[in-house]
Design a protein around this ligand. Structure first.
Ligand SMILES: CC/C=C\C/C=C\C[C@@H](O)/C=C/C=C/C=C\[C@@H](O)CCCC(=O)O
Ligand SMILES: [Zn+2]
Length: 607
C-alpha cells in the first residue's frame, strides 16, 4: 500500500499505515557472473486518490524495465546513499483511486557486490565441488536483492520461483512448493516457494548450494552440505521439544514448517530467524546441543520479531528483548529457574561488553537509540537483546513473577500479531494489560530505561554462578606459589555453561599473569575445547596476557569462521592479529572489521 506522500527511501521512515502487500519473485541464479537475474511483481494498494508516484528502495541494482498492469512505466534512480542505497522513482502510466490495486513489475539484475549476498567458490565450501550462495537481509540489505519497500513497517507475503544449475538445491524462508526442470534450459531446475504469512522484507532469504536434508521432527528438517548434515541432525534433535515448549508459552506456531539450515563458516551470525528456515552457524560442538540456546532464540522469533515486528530499527529491542525473554522462558521450562537466572547473568556480561566497547555515555547504548543516518549494522550490539531482557525481567518482578508476566507477553503477541509496532504501542498495551497495577508501572523510570545510555540496575540469582565466581576468584587471587593447588577436577565439575561463565568472569578483570594462564592450560587443557563459546573466551584470555603461542590460534579462529560475535572481538586484539587477512569474508563482516581496525575495507574483503 502506498500513499501519494513520498514513500521512500522507506527504511527508517515510520509508516503510519498498517501495510500488507504481495511479492511474486522470479529469480535466476547465475554463478558464473555472481548475479541474480530477476523479476518482481509487487501488488501495491493506493491509499489516496490520484495516486501515480511510487518509490522503492534499491541498492546496487541494475533496473532494466518497469511496468504497471502490463503497461510500460517511467522510472528513474535517485542519488546513491552510502548504506541506504538508491531510491527507484516510478511514475505509473495512469492514476489510481484510493483502495485500487496495481501490479508493478520490475525487471532487474543484482550486483556481484550486493550487500545481502555472499557468493562462495567451490573451494570455500565443505564439498569443494559446487559453488554456494546465501543471503542475509537484516536490517537493510534486502534492497540489494529485491526492489521493495525495505522497511520492517511493511509486511509482504511472497511466492518465488528460482532457477538454479541442476546439481544445486535452492531453499528460501518459505514453504517448499515443488520443483521442475527449467523449460528454458535443461541444465537448470526451478524450485518454487510460497510464504502466505505477511512478513517484513528483511526476512526474505535464499540459499543455493549442494544441499542435503534430514528429517529431525514432524515439521522440521535440517539442511546443509552433505559433509555436515548428519552431525547437524544430531545437534538439532531437540528442535520439536523446543517448538512445543514455545507453543505452550506463546501460542500456536503459524509458519507451518520449521527447518534449520547450517551455513558455511563465513555466515556472520549465530543464527538468523528466517521464517520456515532458521539459518545457523556451523560452529557446532561435537558434544551436541551447543547451539540449543541459539535455536531456542530463533524459534522464539517465530512469535516476537517475525509475527510481531519492530516498526523501525530504533525499536529493535521489541524484537530482540522479547525474543531473549521467550528464549530464557523456554530454558526455564526445560532446565529450571536457576538456569534462567544463570543465563541472565551471562547476558548481563554481554551487555557490559557492548557498553564497554561503545562507551558508557554512547547513545547507541540506549534501549531506543536515534538511528537517523546511522547504519544499523554499525549500531548492532547486545544492547537491544540484553537491556531489553533486563527491562522485561524488571517488569516481571514488579508485576508478579514469570507466569504473570508471560501472560502479558502472550497477550501482546496475540494483540499485535501480523503487524509492526513501536515501543509506545508496546508500553500503552502494557499499561492496558496491567490496568490494576498502573501505580507501580508509573514508578518505573521509563526515561532512564529507554533513553539513557549505560548499564541498567538489575540483580539475578547466583546459585549456578557461585561455583564459577569462586573458581575465578581463586585464579585472580593466586600467587605463583598457589598455582600447584589447581587441578583438572576444578573444571570437570562445571557444566559447559559454567565454564563459559568462569572464563567470562576472568575476562571482566585485569589480564591474568602469563604464568597463571600457562598453568591453566597445563591443568585444564582448554586448547582442546572445540565449543566455540569456550574457545573464543579462552583465546581472548590468552591473547590479553600476550601469550604469543595463542596468537596464531586466535587468528585461525577469527578467520576460519566468520561469526561476527567471535571474529570482531578477536580482531580487536594486538595488531599482529590484523595482518594477512587472506580469508573470504562476508561483505558486512569485512566492512565492520575494517571499521574496528580503522583500515581500508579492501584489506578485509574477499580475495
Ligand atoms: C540498534 C540496532 C538496530 C538495528 C540493527 C538491526 C540489525 C543489524 C544487523 O547488523 C543485523 C543483525 C542480524 C542479526 C542476526 C542474528 C543475531 O541474533 C545474532 C546475534 C549474534 C550471534 O549470536 O552471533
Ligand atoms: Zn534475535
Amino acid at each position: 500500500r502506498a500513499g501519494r506522500r513520498k514513500t521512500s527511501p522507506s527504511a527508517f521512515l515510520y509508516f503510519k499505515i498498517k501495510t500488507r502487500s504481495h511479492l511474486n519473485l522470479t529469480l535466476l541464479v547465475d554463478f558464473d557472473r555472481h548475479v541474480i537475474k530477476a523479476k518482481v511483481e509487487l501488488t501495491v494498494e493506493a491509499l489516496e486518490d490520484r495516486f501515480s508516484a511510487l518509490t522503492l528502495d534499491t541498492k546496487d541494482l541494475k533496473v532494466i524495465s518497469v511496468s504497471a498492469n502490463g503497461q510500460s512505466a517511467r522510472f528513474s534512480l535517485g542519488p546513491k546513499h552510502s548504506f541506504k542505497g538508491t531510491p527507484l522513482d516510478i511514475t505509473l502510466p495512469f492514476e489510481l483511486s484510493r483502495g485500487q490495486h496495481v501490479i508493478v513489475e520490475v525487471t532487474y539484475e543484482t550486483s556481484p557486490s550486493a550487500s545481502a549476498l555472499q557468493w562462495l567458490t567451490p573451494e570455500q565450501t565443505a564439498g569443494k565441488k559446487q559453488p554456494y550462495l546465501f543471503s542475509q537481509c537484516q536490517a537493510h540489505h534486502c534492497r540489494s536483492m529485491v526492489p521493495c519497500q525495505d522497511s520492517p513497517s511493511i509486511k509482504h507475503s511472497y511466492y518465488a520461483q528460482v532457477s538454479v544449475p541442476k546439481d544445486l538445491v535452492a531453499v528460501m524462508s518459505a514453504v517448499r512448493d515443488g520443483q521442475e526442470a527449467d523449460p528454458q534450459d535443461n541444465n537448470r531446475i526451478i524450485y518454487r516457494f510460497r510464504q502466505p504469512v505477511p512478513m517484513p522484507s528483511y526476512l526474505i532469504a535464499i540459499v543455493v548450494g549442494a544441499l542435503e536434508s534430514r528429517e529431525i521432527g514432524p515439521r522440521s528438517r535440517v539442511w546443509s552440505e552433505k559433509e555436515f548434515v548428519d552431525k547437524a541432525a544430531f545437534e538439532f534433535s531437540e528442535t520439536e521439544t523446543m517448538l512445543k515448549t514455545a507453543e505452550g508459552l506463546a501460542g500456536p506456531y503459524v509458519w507451518g514448517q520449521y527447518d534449520i539450515l547450517v551455513l558455511p563458516p563465513s555466515f556472520p551470525y549465530g543464527g538468523m530467524e528466517n521464517p520456515c528456515l532458521t539459518f545457523a552457524t556451523p560452529t557446532l560442538s561435537p558434544s551436541g546441543c551447543s547451539l540449543c540456546q541459539v535455536i531456542a532464540h530463533e524459534i522464539s522469533h517465530s512469535w516476537t520479531g517475525n509475527l510481531v515486528s519492530n516498526k523501525t530499527w530504533e525499536h529493535f529491542w521489541l524484537n530482540e528483548g522479547h525474543t531473549v525473554y521467550l528464549e530464557r522462558m523456554i530454558g526455564r521450562s526445560l532446565e529450571g529457574e536457576a538456569f534462567r537466572q544463570f543465563k541472565a547473568i551471562g547476558g548481563w556480561k554481554d551487555l557490559q561488553d557492548s557498553v564497554n566497547t561503545f562507551g558508557a555515555n554512547n547513545p547507541l547504548t540506549n534501549l531506543i537509540p536515534r538511528l537517523q543516518d546511522v547504519n544499523p549494522d554499525e549500531a548492532f550490539s547486545s544492547v537491544p537483546y540484553e537491556k531489553g531482557f533486563a527491562l522485561l525481567y524488571h517488569l516481571e518482578e514488579l508485576m508478579g513473577g514469570p507466569e504473570v508476566f508471560m501472560g502479558f507477553v502472550k497477550s501482546y503477541i496475540q494483540m499485535f500479531a501480523y503487524s509492526s509496532v513501536t515501543s509506545e504501542d508496546w508500553k500503552s498495551y502494557l499499561f492496558t494489560y496491567f490496568k490494576d497495577k498502573v501505580d507501580v508501572l508509573n514508578k518505573v523510570d521509563w526515561n532512564a530505561w529507554m533513553f539513557t545510555p549505560g548499564m541498567p540496575p538489575v540483580k539475578y540469582d547466583t546459585t549456578l554462578a557461585d561455583a564459577c565466581i569462586a573458581l575465578s576468584q581463586r585464579w585472580i587471587k593466586a600467587k605463583d606459589q598457589d598455582l600447584s593447588s589447581f587441578q583438572d577436577h576444578d573444571v570437570k565439575v562445571l557444566s559447559s555453561h559454567q565454564l563459559i561463565e568462569f572464563l567470562s568472569l576472568l575476562l571482566h578483570e585485569d589480564p591474568l599473569p602469563l604464568t597463571h594462564v600457562k598453568k591453566m592450560q597445563e591443568v585444564y587443557d582448554l586448547n582442546a575445547f572445540m565449543n566455540s563459546e569456550i574457545r573464543f573466551r579462552w583465546l581472548r584470555l590468552c591473547v590479553r596476557c600476550r601469550w604469543e603461542e595463542a596468537v596464531p590460534m586466535a587468528l585461525k579462529m577469527a578467520t576460519e569462521q566468520g561469526r561476527m560475535k567471535f571474529t570482531r572481538p578477536l580482531f580487536r586484539y594486538p595488531t599482529s592479529l590484523t595482518q594477512n587477512l587472506v580469508t573470504a569474508m562476508h561483505p558486512v563482516t569485512a566492512a565492520l572489521v575494517a571499521k574496528d581496525l580503522k583500515v581500508d575495507a579492501s584489506q578485509t574483503s574477499s580475495l
